[in-house]
Design a protein around this ligand. Structure first.
Ligand SMILES: CC(=O)N[C@H]1[C@@H](OP(=O)(O)OP(=O)(O)OC[C@H]2O[C@@H](n3ccc(=O)[nH]c3=O)[C@H](O)[C@@H]2O)O[C@H](CO)[C@@H](O)[C@@H]1O
Ligand SMILES: C=C(OP(=O)(O)O)C(=O)O
Length: 421
């Protein structure tokens, strides 16, 4: 199993490119199941989750052609299977996103239940209730969601009682081909949902209220393929900015956008970072200063993203002062705290809150990654620790960070992949 070996101490400085967004690319790839003609996608990140989604589409008979620089043509005209099997779904929760489009387009879909994962229980009840409101019959059998709508889906007025990113995406995709009008109330507003909606519109969907918490969709007869470039990854962007802040560095990130990161940039400024940005770049400069601890509470967009919480926890661990971090989206997303404490951090965990008293420096230790963003926090901790930190179970990090060691090396960090067995 691969590990990352990080020698801490230096400040990050330099310039790197930000990749396409994992969390926008995955629903967009699922949405290609709605198209009558081939779709061309640009700026897909080179990540294990993207490979898994391609494998899932391929195992259903979908034609996939990959050209250089991860430009992918997806052609569903050859599709023969309507089942997303357990072996693929269990490795990536976003596989559930094929349910809505497959049901809307073909009237049937068998999708393995995605399991719980390290960050919390993650049910899909709102996805299923919404599809039932649109006329689908759903049975759970042998660990599979078996959804049927032989006459097609019909528009409905749906109120989602929890703000859910995946639920909004599944129902939005399903509604594009449903008969009549669908209204999704209490919809999630994450930039990745806006990107998905823009992609659906590029294929011919009729959607009003994009970017708001009320999406109105007028179902159309068919959607046509198009060419589309996936938005930049705001979580990858935020992760490198926090790594630079923690190491008192100065970095410039290109091919990204500041306006999708407002809550994160505000917290970085509060931590003492000087931030400047243009249309497609962001620069952060700590002017050699130690960051100041910040307090934050995660909540749906436009509030502070849960996917950035563990990185800020790592920065706070070496910041001046005390910060409080409250996680409100997932019940078990503060477990990185135990690994950070093993590296000399001073963090107290009380339920969904952690209180972080900053220390001057951390001390290297062998640590274990428990999920994707927790892994990123351990890499940041390794960069500010004295000595060599070995991060185990980095298959989590490979789900979400393209070429992480090359990018950190380009910023002057000392990191390398240790390949074992
Ligand atoms: C691939 C992708 O885009 N993943 C993101 C997506 O995950 P994902 O779409 O799985 O997260 P959700 O927004 O659905 O989850 C938010 C909350 O709603 C709850 N819930 C969700 C669905 C449901 O049917 N019932 C229910 O109770 C969940 O348990 C959780 O407490 O949004 C999360 C919240 O921003 C991010 O951390 C993930 O990185
Ligand atoms: C939790 C995440 O991803 P997923 O929903 O795919 O597990 C993430 O990107 O931080």
């Amino acid at each position: 199993m691969d590990k990352l070996l990080i020698t801490g101490g230096g400040s990050l400085s330099g310039e790197i490119r930000i990749s396409g967004s994992k969390n926008a690319a995955l629903p967009i790839m699922a949405a290609t199941l709605l198209a009558d003609t081939p779709v061309h996608l640009f700026n897909l990140p080179h990540l294990n989750d993207i490979t898994t989604m391609l494998a899932l589409l391929r195992c259903m008979g979908v034609g996939i052609t990959i050209t250089e620089r991860m430009t992918v043509e997806i052609d569903i005209s050859t599709m023969t299977e309507y089942e997303a099997p357990y072996d693929l779904v269990r490795t990536m929760r976003a596989s559930i996103l094929v349910l809505g489009p497959m049901l809307a387009r073909f009237g049937k879909a068998d999708v393995s239940f995605p399991g719980g994962c390290a960050i919390g229980s993650r049910p899909v009840d709102i996805h299923l209730k919404g599809l039932e409101a649109m006329g689908a019959t759903i049975e759970v059998d042998g660990g599979y969601i078996r959804a049927r709508a032989p006459e097609g889906l019909k528009g409905a007025h749906i109120f989602m009682d929890v703000v859910t990113v995946g639920g909004t995406e599944n129902l939005l995709m399903a509604a594009t081909l449903a008969k009549g009008k669908t209204v999704l109330e209490n919809a999630a507003r994450e930039p990745e949902i806006v990107d998905l909606a823009n992609f659906l519109v590029a294929m011919g969907a009729k959607i009003e209220g994009i970017g708001s918490d009320r999406l109105t969709v007028y179902g159309v007869e068919r959607l046509e393929g198009c060419s589309y470039s996936v938005m930049p990854d705001r979580i990858e962007t935020g992760t490198y900015l926090v790594a630079a802040a923690a190491t008192r560095g100065r970095i410039r990130l290109r091919d990204t956008q500041a306006n999708i990161l407002d809550a994160v940039l505000m917290k970085l400024e509060e931590a003492g970072a000087h931030i400047t940005s243009g249309d497609d770049w962001i620069e952060l400069d700590m002017k050699g200063q130690r960051p100041k601890a910040v307090s934050l509470k995660t909540a749906p967009y436009p509030a502070f993203p849960t996917d950035m919480q563990s990185q800020f926890t790592a920065m706070n661990a070496v910041a001046e002062g005390t910060g409080t971090v409250v996680e409100t989206i997932f019940e078990n997303r503060l477990i990185q705290v135990h690994e950070l404490n093993r590296m000399g951090a001073d963090i107290t965990l009380e339920g969904n809150t952690c209180i972080i008293r900053g220390v001057e420096r951390l001390k290297a230790a062998p640590v274990m990654a428990s999920d994707l963003r927790a892994s990123a926090s351990l890499v940041i901790a390794g960069l500010v620790a004295d000595g060599d930190t070995l991060v185990d179970r980095i298959y989590h990090i490979d789900r979400g960070y393209e070429c992480i060691e090359e990018k950190i090396q380009a910023l002057g960090g000392t990191i390398r992949r240790v390949v074992e067995g």
